[in-house]
Design a protein around this ligand. Structure first.
Ligand code: G6P
Ligand code: ZN
Length: 541
């Protein structure tokens, strides 16, 4: 087998974002594009000589081709073994688990998460470290530096490896081990949750609809919910992963999972609804006639986690990203445990989880997880909810009402303005930044501003500092507006406006109504309509 050294030149724009490098698939398919980036990953982590890696992806278009390239480059780099999910498939949380279970040195995950897939849609590649978590900023910075100076990459010349058959094969000196993508993950879930209680719940006639959105969780959810826990056949819908996710947008929110939302709001609603995204790390939870915002879901899980065997001794602490509502902070306060506020991006939870400071983490962007892996985990959240419902023997709505009754309600919504002009987005943010110092004390839309700043995070574990992590404006009484530009978009800029309003005793309002003055304040302060030319958000979650 010949090891080739291919001459190349740096390709601009290969900067890993919130979650690896995401680009249009056709960009990734250009000559040298993927190869350059993979070589930059190897260079950024000090090479792969003698290392064991995990490889898998969410099955989107180009997943299979990219897997072969990455394997050939791992072999050229001298890797000892690559553990690949059958069919080059692995959900992100399952990849994280596999890295940890097998003591691998890291892993490459091929996914653009919740972004659509297909030749004209998105592809992505990210690297996770030996703790199973996304590469931290210093490592991704080294990868980016490497992309800027690359002059060659190494790849072996060989035929495709069969990734459909379980077992080991050789690629030169490197072992390619094809494993069942579901098995280890399913074992972990059975350790954490009271499967007997959930089985009894389903046996008692409890009904559920899990929308896998034609993405990676289909096989996982079918194996665990239907085959193991006894949910009725057909509980999992859109269960077969497809390269373009059935033409859909695999993002589990009320907009993109509209079919499920309509079902849950209608007369024929099952007891419980859930969905997960392209690579299986996000989740949406919805009860009969009751959508649960991700921020509330995190708070409910924190308050009830002790009902599941894996968390029976309680939580060490909780962490949320800054734009996520403060609902979980109220739970932490009552439990007397630590709570942390981090920048957006799961990678910021890694140190807190590794150091045992936080057990549960979550983000408003539909991510929840715990220290069982180092990624957010969609199906895990669904199973923890099921465990809680089984033990409490209550509907989702009743759980929510009890929760708000005890802690108050943080009304919450996010308004997204997608694919807006980047220059306009940057000047909107700069305009806000420039006036932050003068805002406290001013009244906007009837709300008095108590504080305004641009969020910076000092990691309590490694002392690193991350600046420019979103602008937040706090109002007297607990309302808040946060604005930041998305770090995961692939077209123009996406402005995210996060809105929050707290009530200690009024739980029955429609969130958009409850938030109306906060929404007005956001527009007045940032001039969203004027600067973006948009009259309404593209997506409201
Ligand atoms: C990915 C990351 C999340 C993060 C989200 C936000 O899903 O894994 O940790 O919360 O992106 O992305 P944004 O587009 O708001 O930067
Ligand atoms: Zn995802």
């Amino acid at each position: 087998m010949e090891r080739l050294t291919i001459t190349t030149t740096p390709i601009e724009g290969q900067k890993p974002g919130t979650s690896g490098l995401r680009k249009k698939t056709r960009i990734f398919m250009q000559p040298h594009y993927l190869e350059n980036f993979v070589q930059a990953i190897w260079n950024g982590i000090g090479g792969v000589q003698g290392k064991t890696l995990v490889l898998g992806g969410d099955g989107r278009y180009f997943n299979d081709r990219a897997a072969q390239v990455i394997l050939r480059m791992a072999a050229a780099g001298g890797a000892e073994r690559v553990i690949v999910g059958q069919g080059a498939l692995l959900s992100t949380p399952a990849a994280s688990n596999l890295i940890r279970q097998r003591g691998a040195d890291g892993g490459v995950i091929m996914s653009a998460s919740h972004n659509p897939g297909g030749p004209d849609e998105d592809f992505g590649v990210k690297f996770n470290m030996s703790n199973g978590g996304p590469a931290p900023e210093d490592v991704t910075a080294r990868m980016f530096e490497a992309t800027k100076t690359l002059t060659e990459y190494h790849i072996v010349q060989t035929h495709d490896v069969d990734l459909d058959t379980l077992g080991e094969s050789q690629m030169g000196d490197m072992i390619v081990e094809v494993v069942d993508p579901v098995a280890d993950y399913a074992t972990l879930m059975a350790d954490l949750f009271d499967f007997d209680a959930i089985k009894a719940l389903f046996a008692g006639g409890f009904t559920m609809c899990f929308d896998a959105m034609h993405a990676i969780t289909g096989p996982y959810a079918t194996a665990i919910l239907e085959d193991t826990l006894g949910a009725a056949p057909g509980t999992v819908i859109n269960a077969v992963p497809s390269p373009d996710f059935g033409g859909g947008h695999p993002d589990p929110n009320p907009i993109w999972a509209k079919t499920l939302m309509d079902l849950m709001m209608g007369n024929a609603a099952p007891d419980f609804g859930a969905a997960s995204d392209g690579d299986g790390d996000r989740n949406m939870i919805v009860g009969k006639g009751c959508y649960v915002t991700p921020s509330d879901s995190l708070a409910v899980l924190a308050a009830n986690a002790h009902l599941a065997p894996g968390y029976k001794d309680g939580l060490a602490g909780v962490a949320r990203s800054m734009p996520t509502s403060g609902a979980v902070d109220r739970v932490a306060e009552k439990l007397g445990i630590g709570s942390y506020e981090t920048p957006t991006g799961w990678k910021f939870f890694g140190n807190l989880l590794d150091a045992g400071r936080a057990t549960l983490c979550g983000e408003e962007s539909a991510g929840t997880g715990s220290d069982h892996v180092r990624e957010k985990d969609g199906l895990w959240a669904v199973l923890l909810w099921l465990n809680i419902l089984a033990v409490r023997n209550q509907s989702v709505l009743a759980v929510m009402q009890d929760h708000w009754g005890e802690y108050g309600r943080n009304y919450y919504s996010r308004h997204d303005y997608e694919a807006i002009d980047s220059a306009a987005a940057n000047s909107l943010m700069q305009g806000l930044r420039d006036k932050l110092a003068h805002l406290p004390g001013q009244t906007v839309a009837g709300l008095v501003i108590s504080a305004a700043d641009e969020f910076a995070y000092d990691d309590p574990v490694d002392g690193s500092r991350s600046e420019g992590q979103g602008i937040r404006i706090l109002f007297e009484g607990g309302a808040r507006v946060v604005m930041r530009l998305s770090g995961t978009g692939t077209e123009g800029a996406t402005l995210r406006v996060y809105l929050e309003w707290f009530s200690a005793d009024d739980f029955g309002k429609d969130p958009q109504q409850a938030l109306s003055s906060v929404i007005e304040a956001a527009d007045t302060l940032a001039g969203i309509r004027d600067l973006t030319g948009r009259t309404a958000p593209d997506v409201i979650t």
